[in-house]
Design a protein around this ligand. Structure first.
Ligand code: PLP
Length: 391
């Protein structure tokens, strides 16, 4: 990991706030167009579907944080992912993707790109031999997600990147769960990173947004060109709010990780919980990789209940403090039942094969006091296992 000055970068990185009047926050350029200074000559900003100064301020800061070119910002993590695929792939290309991956990534590859003649293989990238077997087929892009959503399975980013580059394959890592503060995919050899800024980077449930980061000028140019073509840029207002949230990212991650570990440790002793997964727990099966690859385990805890769908539904319904919802990374603790929420469109057989069982519950631990979070989860589990669920 490089020098740990993330607090400074998140608050000051990228650029001065307002060159016109000295405002300490960047102005929200809530405007569609920018007056042409000299007709016939290029200028930085012309039309807000192409570029916008407030969006550019967010891009500079994200670029400074990832130590790369200014990021390319999008209206959502999903539009970042879809624009990336459209920019880098063409008919006849092949993609290899981590088997446990955000449901929307799987959906876009299978439901949209297959129709356009792009094929995909979903493989267990935590096993390098599986990646190697898949790469025997000429592959344009290897997409890794580590930790994977929602099982928290890790993939060795450096080893997969080295291998993929031997085959001339570009490596993309969805780093939404850890952010550049806890994991540095570009330093580990990846060519691009994906962020849903909706999650930890904003952190306050105020926006939807996405970003792509790279150190390759030509790739960045291509991404910005496709963003213009597809119309997937972030709005000025959401860029402003995301910049505000970003300032406390390192502090939030530190506390959320500590809260997550406290909650995970307490749930390990709960009679209704079969398995507790958090990369900082001694029981985590990939501890060596976690210690080598990430600065800490992050704010997510995944549990598997002794029961199945009825108990999981009942538990989420009985929460009093934590919010049952399908997002993560925010100051509020969010509890997700992945089988019926984020991965509802993944065929049951495949979902179960990947370990996303009916009793799996993902907890994005927020900034409430950890004893209150744990107590709420415990009372919800007690109710869930007492009553019969008719879901
Ligand atoms: N990547 C990951 C790992 C996610 O968890 C999500 C959303 O849950 C996305 C991408 C998509 O982000 P968005 O909801 O901003 O479109």
């Amino acid at each position: 990991m490089p020098a740990n000055n993330y607090n400074t970068v998140c608050i000051r990185g990228g650029q001065d706030a307002d060159p016109t009047h000295g405002g300490i926050l960047p102005p929200v350029y809530q405007t569609t167009i920018f007056r042409r200074k000299v007709v016939g000559e290029d200028q930085d900003f012309t039309y807000s579907r192409v570029d916008n100064p407030t969006v550019a301020a967010l891009e500079s800061r994200l670029g400074a944080l990832e130590n790369c070119l200014p990021a390319v910002s999008f209206s959502s993590g999903t539009s970042a992912i879809s624009t990336l695929f459209l920019a880098l792939l063409k008919k006849g290309d092949h993609v290899v993707c981590s088997d446990v991956v955000y449901g929307g990534t799987y959906r876009f590859l299978v439901e949209v790109l297959e129709k356009l003649g792009v094929t995909s293989d979903f493989v267990d990238t935590s096993d390098l031999a599986s990646t190697k077997r898949a790469l025997q087929r000429p592959t344009k892009l290897l997409l890794l997600e580590s930790p994977a959503n929602p099982t928290l399975k890790l993939t060795d980013i450096a080893a997969n990147s080295d291998l993929a580059h031997e085959y001339g394959t570009l490596v993309v890592v969805d780093n939404t769960f850890l952010t550049p503060v806890l994991q540095r995919p570009l330093d580990l050899g990846a060519d691009l990173t994906i962020y849903s800024t909706t999650k930890f980077i904003d952190g306050h449930n105020a926006t939807i947004g996405g970003a792509l980061c790279t150190r390759d000028e030509a790739i960045r140019e291509e991404l910005a060109f496709y963003r213009k073509c597809v119309g997937t840029i972030q709005t000025a207002h959401n860029a402003f709010l995301t910049l505000q949230g970003l300032k406390t990212l390192p502090l939030r991650l530190k506390q959320q990780t500590s809260n997550a570990l406290a909650v995970a440790s307490r749930l390990e002793g709960n009679p209704h919980v079969k398995e507790v997964i958090h990369p900082d727990l001694p029981s985590f099966p990939q501890r060596e990789l976690a210690d080598r690859q990430q600065a800490s385990g992050g704010g997510l805890v995944t549990i598997v209940l002794h029961g199945g769908l009825p108990e999981a539904c009942r538990a989420l319904g009985a929460l009093k403090l934590c919010t049952p919802a399908q997002s993560l990374g925010t100051v509020e603790t969010l509890v997700t039942h992945n089988a019926t929420m984020t991965h509802a469109e993944v065929p049951d057989e495949r979902r179960l094969q990947l370990g996303i069982v009916d009793g799996l519950v993902r907890i994005s631990v927020g900034l409430e006091d950890p004893q209150d979070i744990a107590a709420d989860l415990e009372q919800a589990l007690t109710i869930a296992f007492k009553e019969v669920c008719h879901a």
